[in-house]
Write a protein that binds this ligand. Structure first.
Ligand SMILES: [Zn+2]
Length: 577
């Protein structure tokens, strides 16, 4: 026990333990280690989040690795019966207290890596603490989520609400209907810009991708899109709302007097030492402005890699194989917000090699990648001939002698045609298509007039994808599966699934982060021949059979592994039961 818990070389023995035990195949273990290294998370955390092992199995293994007993009892000492100083440490560290006799404290934890940090805390209070291992869901079940937390997020959150209500109170006196010249008055109220700033900061801190501010009959409501789902954040009264909208429009250099036509623009702000760009789109509605702000945070802290996208191992193998080819085409399909660009960025970051030249043409550039030349599509409405479209940019790019090209999206036959030619002349081309499924992508390209024989000869892989929210590993709740669900899982050996709960770590949403589900369609010579002979429509049945698995099957595997739940599966894939 001392060997593993003390000393800073602790992380290696745990990885070694899993290697020696041969719990995972080599590829899985390597992938898990890579995730840990890239995300700078402890290996243990990655194991808990990504290993896909049943929870109890995983924690029993951890207990074995740490040479600690696995806690079998649900009988715990309630926090109310403990001295206050113990309660605060145990609640913060999520420890179950199994017994307290004199100064001997027996605790259960699901975070054994924390033991060496927290043992001294108990020692300073005069307690001798010993530990057992338990599962995270048992902790979530037995410790009621604490209402009060003192994270800066929550301060900011309550700050916004109190600010909004102060504004409301001060604006309560009767006013005339809002006029344009009144706006400048309300803009000078420092608290309106403070409210805007705090809202932007909160959205960035909470990892929102968009802020939606919509006028309603009595004000405006502000929602954040977090992990693909809109969440209510704030309601403001009408006078505050008009100041709020005007402030955002002035920041983006838009015309605040425009009440009919849509406008768009952007602005940058520094959020805690990080430059963040906001793309704004305004659309006046019957109650007033509607604004959507897309948040582009530029350089991200965590390096993207293929292993963390949620692909299963056979899918990873396929994509690694096709990206090794020096030419050909890979297409990713999916609606807006399905994670297509993140996937392509991950491919680029994985392939990044100083011996190769990478160029992208995008609309917009969502993430800046080191060593890659990124070009932004620009539409010039006044002088259309001075617009840089995908097709025009792509033609220029080809003269710059790249090895790997990423085309943000194929929307028209011309872009498709140049991309295909590029892929046949020694370039690897990556792109996305706005389509629902991998087979529909082919049909869609066919419909916009793409030369189908050419497409089939250069296409190596097409896949569609969606994003599913991951259950918060700290508070998800296990439950036995029903007979219907058992039938659905079929040959998969699944006995229990998990459901969302909610704790301070996941902002009480029950989910944190997202994972991709994929429908891979590798293009084989057999498929090329068949489509060439019989045409696409006639070959559709065969084409569909070539899919590795459907999105639904991919989602089901993730439910079975406890990564996500049935509610999320139905939200993303439609009703299944
Ligand atoms: Zn949680």
């Amino acid at each position: 026990m001392a060997r593993l818990i003390s000393g800073s070389a602790f992380q290696r023995p745990l990885e070694q333990f899993f290697e020696e035990k041969a719990i995972f195949d080599k590829a899985t273990l390597t992938a898990l280690k890579k995730v840990a290294a890239d995300s700078r998370l402890p290996f243990e955390t990655v194991l808990i989040r990504e290993s896909g092992l049943p929870e109890e199995t995983l924690f029993k293994l951890l207990a074995e690795a740490y040479n600690l007993p696995f806690c079998e009892t649900d009988e715990i000492v309630p926090f109310d019966d403990l001295p206050e100083r113990l309660t605060s440490i145990c609640a913060r560290e999520k420890l179950l207290v199994i017994s307290l006799a004199e100064k001997n404290l027996l605790l259960a934890t699901f975070q054994p890596a924390r033991i060496r940090n927290i043992s001294p805390l108990f020692a300073t209070l005069g307690y001798e603490a010993s530990f057992q291992i338990t599962t995270s869901s048992r902790v979530a079940l037995l410790i009621a989520p604490t209402e009060e937390t003192d994270s800066p997020q929550d301060d900011l959150f309550s700050g916004i609400h109190s600010l909004a209500s102060t504004l409301k109170a001060s604006e309560n006196r009767p006013r005339e209907a809002e006029k344009i010249n009144d706006i400048s008055v309300s803009l000078d109220t420092p608290s309106v810009s403070e409210l805007v700033n705090k809202t932007l900061l909160l959205a960035v801190n909470q990892g929102a991708s968009d802020i939606h501010a919509e006028s309603t009959h009595n004000g405006a409501r502000i929602r954040f899109r977090i992990d693909g789902v809109l969440i209510d954040r704030l309601e403001i009264d009408s006078s505050t709302a008009s100041g709020f909208f005007s402030r955002l429009m002035i920041m983006s250099h838009l015309d605040i007097t425009e009440k009919v036509m849509p406008q768009d623009g952007s602005f940058k702000v520094n959020c805690e030492d990080r430059e963040v760009e906001f793309r704004i789109a305004c659309m006046p509605g019957i109650f007033g402005q509607n604004i959507v702000l897309r948040i582009l945070s530029g350089f991200e802290n965590i390096r993207l890699n293929l292993e963390t996208l949620g692909m299963l191992f056979d899918e990873l193998e396929i994509i690694k194989n096709v990206t090794r080819s020096p030419h050909g085409m890979i297409l990713v399909a999916g609606p807006t917000g399905s994670g297509k660009s993140t996937t392509l960025y991950s491919v680029l970051e994985t392939l990044a090699d100083p011996r190769l030249k990478f160029i992208t043409i995008e609309d917009p550039v969502e993430r800046r990648i080191q060593g890659v030349q990124q070009i932004q599509v620009r539409v010039n409405r006044n002088e259309p001939e001075r617009s840089l479209t995908f097709a025009r940019g792509l033609r220029t790019i080809l003269r710059l002698d790249p090895d790997i090209i990423m085309v943000g999206e194929i929307r028209d036959a011309e872009t498709a045609q140049i991309s295909m030619q590029a892929s046949m002349t020694g370039h690897l081309v990556l792109s996305t298509v706005h389509a629902n499924s991998s087979s529909e992508t082919l049909r869609r390209l066919h419909n916009i007039g793409v030369d189908f024989h050419l497409l089939m000869s250069c296409l190596n892989l097409v896949f569609s994808q969606r994003l599913m929210r991951k259950l918060c590993p700290d508070c998800r709740k296990p439950r036995a599966i029903t007979a219907t669900e058992k039938a659905l899982f079929g040959k998969m050996n699944v006995e229990q699934v998990f459901t969302a709960n909610g704790c301070p770590n996941c902002m009480k949403m029950g989910y944190t982060g997202r994972t991709g589900i994929f429908e891979f369609l590798p293009v084989s010579d057999e498929m090329r021949d068949l489509v060439a002979q019989n045409g696409l429509t006639e070959s559709m049945k065969f084409v569909r059979e070539q899919r590795i698995r459907t999105l639904f099957e991919s989602a089901l595997i993730k439910v079975g592994r406890g990564v996500t739940d049935f509610t999320e599966l139905e939200r993303v894939c439609g009703p299944c039961l």
